[in-house]
Design a binder for this molecule. Structure first.
Ligand code: CUO
Length: 672
């Protein structure tokens, strides 16, 4: 077993150890109790007594081995995780929780433990002051090239703390340029993007106690967050002269895209399986995971989902018809297609999206004859690395689009804000032409020492290279002929031309718009100027939050510990702007000021993490924008609208902008 750090580390330089009642130890450690305490306790600053409680029965939770991989998509794993979460949520107080955690940590699968504890800390009233390490620090093996770990150990063993050099991960390590799809690997394999996706699914689990799952508009947010991932990926593809992603609609067709992840699970001591080109999924029969599922089942679920969309209602478990209304229909469908326990009828509509992940992740070993585990797409921690993730989600998104095309278009009065007109938009950044965004490569360092075991301890950094853009400001001028009032400023951007260089039909372009920011504005009578920095975006979280080290870089200022997990959710700031290209990629920036009175939700947002609510919502609050997510681009346009220009009402405006990529690499910033 790799001895990890204790679960909670109090402030201060010195680490703490737990003094654990002997009966907590796994059988083979019991005779070693005292010795273990000395071994790990030598340089401890503090000993924490763990209360001797009557231990919960873990039952079949331990049937998932300590050295197996764990994925929420696998029904058996989520069932076990649900049980463990309930144990963590059910204990009466912090002391008991700590005791149960210490006991469970040594007995259950480490990935499952980390996940369940994170969910419990997020949802228990009395754990608001506790903090869990970001998953990149506990399980770096899920995020970085496996070859790093031996090099890190070597560095750590030979070089003393203080003079260790960061270990560089090359930008191109999973494939070469012979593989076209590799052009967008910088997006798929981005640490921040993958961490965001993991955090999102942590905050919005699809199974578990009802009070944990039933968050406001979670089904709709599942749709919208993934919809935006698709829009962003397609945007990057166009920047790199690739076509938009092709939907995976025929499940029986060979899958062209190959993927070799080059990740090793340190816990499972196994490499993540790869997929060669042109593999085809098969019926699944894996006793070990308690999965027996046919492609036929998937096809039946899919047909029933489409039928429900076209009928305009779904059939609930007790045989009632539930109408898919204009505004709430999408939320029901989100839960039904994903699916979550909020699905109106899991027996009939199945578990379509989740099961798709599973079929794809077992393409190499559908009946477990080779004793292989799932591929990267089988776990939300790693899924976004694989090109097939986007093919699957393009299909899932298309089902949602099918629904959106059945509901009425927005009439002009649901778009316009009488008397408010956007008169100008400008993008400004230091030393640059107006309306020009600059992108480049940036290197950053992350400490891995939490997640790997070596002596002597101390930080070991990896240095990775990611996309970055120069900070910029929006300067938006708005004319208001009415009295003082408020508006919601909505900023989106899309490529100006399609992959053949032709202007878009609006109905296609609207799906390419990526959301950049959304915020409330006060409007005086007459001319108003709105100045807004790119770093204020409510889509993103700052770099430091994405990669924050757990105890060397504790949250500061208004950012309290309780919000760590929730606040870890958010698109990474460094990926706000797509790469563009060296020639200058032409885009259209769209700004709309909608009527705040129709958008706004009356609620207090004090004390919540509200800087990335667009994809992640607000903790314990309603989603703060009353409009359908994706508004005003979520519905097909009204009759006669064929171009973006024709779609615009007075409160909207479009500005041409260019994204200029320069192929230079900026060294790590000082705070690392
Ligand atoms: Cu996020 Cu398919 O839902 O990965």
């Amino acid at each position: 077993d790799r001895p990890q750090e204790p679960v909670f580390v109090p402030k201060g330089d010195k680490k703490s150890v737990f003094k654990v009642p002997n009966n907590y130890l796994a059988d083979r450690y019991k005779p070693l109790g005292v010795t273990l305490a000395t071994r790990f306790g030598e340089d401890a600053g503090e000993q924490i007594d763990v209360k001797d409680i009557s231990l919960p029965r873990l039952g079949d939770i331990t049937s998932l081995g300590r050295h197996e991989n764990f994925s929420l998509f696998i029904p058996k794993h989520r069932r076990l995780a649900g049980k463990l979460i309930n144990i963590f949520l059910g204990v009466r107080n912090i002391d008991d929780l700590l005791a149960v955690c210490v006991y469970a940590r040594d007995n259950v699968n480490p990935y499952m433990f980390n996940y369940c504890l994170s969910v419990a800390l997020l949802h228990r009233e009395d754990t608001k002051d506790l903090d869990v390490p970001s998953i990149i620090h506990s399980f770096p093996d899920k995020y970085v090239d496996s070859s790093v770990f031996n090099r890190a150990r070597e560095e750590a063993t030979i070089v003393p703390d203080g003079s260790r050099a960061p270990i560089e991960i090359p930008r191109d390590y999973t494939a070469s340029d012979l593989e076209e799809e590799h052009r967008v690997a910088y997006f798929r394999e981005d640490l921040g993007i993958n961490l965001h996706h993991w955090h999102w699914h942590l905050v919005y689990p699809f199974e578990g106690a009802r009070e944990v799952v039933a968050k406001n508009r979670r089904g709709e947010l599942f749709f919208y967050m993934h919809r935006q991932i698709m829009a962003r990926y397609n945007f990057e593809r166009l920047c790199n002269q690739l076509r938009r992603v092709e939907r995976l609609i025929n499940l029986r067709e060979p899958i062209r895209e190959a993927y070799f992840p080059k990740l090793d699970s340190l816990v499972a001591s196994r490499s993540y399986p790869a997929r060669v080109a042109n593999q085809t999924i098969s019926n699944l029969n894996r006793e070990v995971d308690q999965i027996q599922q046919d492609i036929d089942d998937m096809e039946r679920w899919r047909d029933r989902i489409y039928a429900a969309i076209h009928q305009g209602f779904v059939q609930s478990e007790n045989g009632q018809n539930v109408t898919l209304t204009e505004n709430e229909g999408i939320d029901i469908l989100g839960n039904m297609i994903e699916s979550s326990i909020l699905s109106p009828n899991r027996t009939f509509y199945g578990d379509y999206h989740n099961m798709g992940h599973i079929f794809l992740s077992y393409i190499h070993d559908p009946d477990h004859r080779h004793l292989e585990s799932f591929g990267v797409i089988g776990d939300s921690t790693t899924a976004m690395r694989d090109p097939v993730f986007y093919r699957w989600h393009a299909h899932i998104d298309d089902i949602f689009q099918e629904f959106k095309s059945t509901i009425p278009s927005y009439p002009i009065d649901q778009l316009d804000y009488q008397g408010v007109s956007v008169t100008g938009i400008e993008i400004e950044s230091q030393g640059n032409q107006r309306n020009r965004l600059n992108t480049f490569w940036q290197q950053s360092d992350v400490d891995l020492s939490r997640g790997i075991d070596f002596q002597p301890r101390g930080p070991v950094f990896i240095r990775f290279t990611h996309l970055q853009h120069q900070e910029f400001n929006y300067r938006i001028t708005v004319n208001n002929t009415g009295g003082t009032r408020m508006g919601t400023c909505r900023i989106f951007m899309a490529p100006k031309f399609d992959e053949r260089g032709n202007p878009w039909l609006f109905n296609d372009q609207r799906n390419m718009f990526i959301e950049l920011d959304k915020f409330a504005v006060n409007l005086r009578t007459g001319q108003n100027t709105i100045n807004r920095s790119s770093t204020q975006s409510t889509v993103t979280i700052p770099f430091e939050r994405t990669f924050r080290d757990w105890d060397t870089n504790r949250p500061q200022g208004g950012d309290t510990l309780e919000q760590f997990n929730f606040c870890g959710c958010g698109w990474p700031q460094h990926m706000l702007i797509p790469k563009g290209n060296a020639e200058g990629f032409q885009c259209q920036l769209f700004v709309m000021i909608s009527n705040y009175a129709n958008d706004h939700i009356e609620q207090s947002t004090v004390g919540t993490c509200n800087d990335a609510y667009v994809f992640c919502g607000l903790k314990d609050r309603l989603y703060p924008d009353r409009r359908s997510m994706g508004y005003p681009f979520d519905r097909t346009p009204r009759n006669g609208v064929r171009t973006l220009q024709q779609f615009l009402t007075g409160n909207m405006r479009v500005q041409d902008v260019v994204i200029q990529f320069s192929n230079r690499t900026v060294r790590p910033r000082a705070n690392n």
